[in-house]
Design a protein around this ligand. Structure first.
Ligand SMILES: [Zn+2]
Length: 299
């Protein structure tokens, strides 16, 4: 699989449907950061990563499908490391979302959405639900707070940076002057807010700002520098202010969802998911409304 080389030992792919799956090569093997959602891409990236040495660890940055579903195709390759907040939500079916069905949308079948960047060959690799849930390859090292891993001459500082999700992790590799932020950064594309706590998310951005790095590998969109932290901050603040203003104006939840949107402002939806634009606008506005009115916890 074609990977973009960010530094001497850092590889990512920002052009797939799903997250930006990445890996770092070291003198003692490879560390994978997030796995491709599309089955054929997961198989291909595993092969590519293993061509640089054995996979030692797989770190996931959050519990959303696009960052963890591909773990299934990495069974037997390295130790999976998950924050407790991620581990407890790993492919758990919630009333509002069945992650297994959602993942299935990317390959042909009853729920396929049929975009150019789907994975037609992935259908042959697709496990049935029972088989998948027998071993989805979730973490066997589960931590709270931060965690440091050492592999060869490389350091991997796993920083708990909640906000986008409760178990959100950024992976800072000081020797490469790179940080992988997961979806704490959506670069050049729409931000997904529904499982978020915006106040914590803004703090997470400030924590990432303190790191001495040249590159940010975001969860979605092109690789950026720390200058992009200000852009992400502005998107979060604009969303929150717009919904707060709607509430102050006495709008109902329905009016807020109908009127507040940023579909023309913050870029397209990430690769292959343009059909989700209405869904994102509606759920972003609705979930912020619920949080700011106290109907559900968070802020
Ligand atoms: Zn994501």
């Amino acid at each position: 699989m074609e990977m973009e080389k960010v530094t001497g030992n850092v590889y990512t792919n920002t052009k797939l449907r799903g997250c930006n799956p990445s890996f770092v090569t070291t003198s003692e093997g490879v560390v994978v950061i997030d796995t491709p959602q599309l089955p054929t891409k997961a198989v291909a990236m595993r092969k590519e990563a293993e061509s640089h040495g054995p996979i030692r660890y797989i770190v996931n940055t959050e519990h959303h499908v696009d960052h963890i579903f591909g773990n299934y195709f990495f069974r037997g390759a390295g130790t999976v490391v998950n924050h407790r907040g991620l581990y407890d939500r790993f492919m758990v079916v919630f009333p509002e979302l069945d992650p297994f069905t959602y993942a299935r949308e990317s390959v042909p079948g009853p729920t396929a959405q049929g975009t150019d960047l789907d994975d037609p060959e992935g259908a042959a690799l697709w496990p049935d639900r029972d088989e998948y849930y027998r071993d989805p390859n979730k973490g066997t090292i589960v931590f709270t707070g931060d965690l440091m891993l050492r592999v060869g001459d490389h350091t991997f500082n796993l920083l708990h940076t909640p906000g986008h999700t409760p178990g959100q992790v950024a992976v800072h590799v000081p020797e490469e002057r790179v940080v992988f932020t997961g979806d704490t950064i959506f670069s050049g594309c729409q931000t997904w807010l529904m499982t978020s706590n915006v106040a914590e998310w803004l703090e997470a951005l400030e924590r990432i700002r303190t790191l001495d790095v040249d590159w940010i590998v975001p969860g979605h969109g092109p690789v950026v520098t720390q200058r992009y932290l200000d852009v992400q901050r502005s998107h979060l603040m604009e969303w929150k202010a717009a919904v707060a203003t709607a509430i102050a104006s006495g709008w109902t939840r329905e009016e807020t969802v109908a009127r507040v949107d940023f579909r023309d402002r913050f870029g397209p939806v990430d690769v292959g998911q343009g059909y989700m634009l209405d869904y994102i606008q509606t759920l972003n506005a609705g979930s912020l409304y619920d949080k700011l009115t106290g109907a559900i916890p968070g802020s």
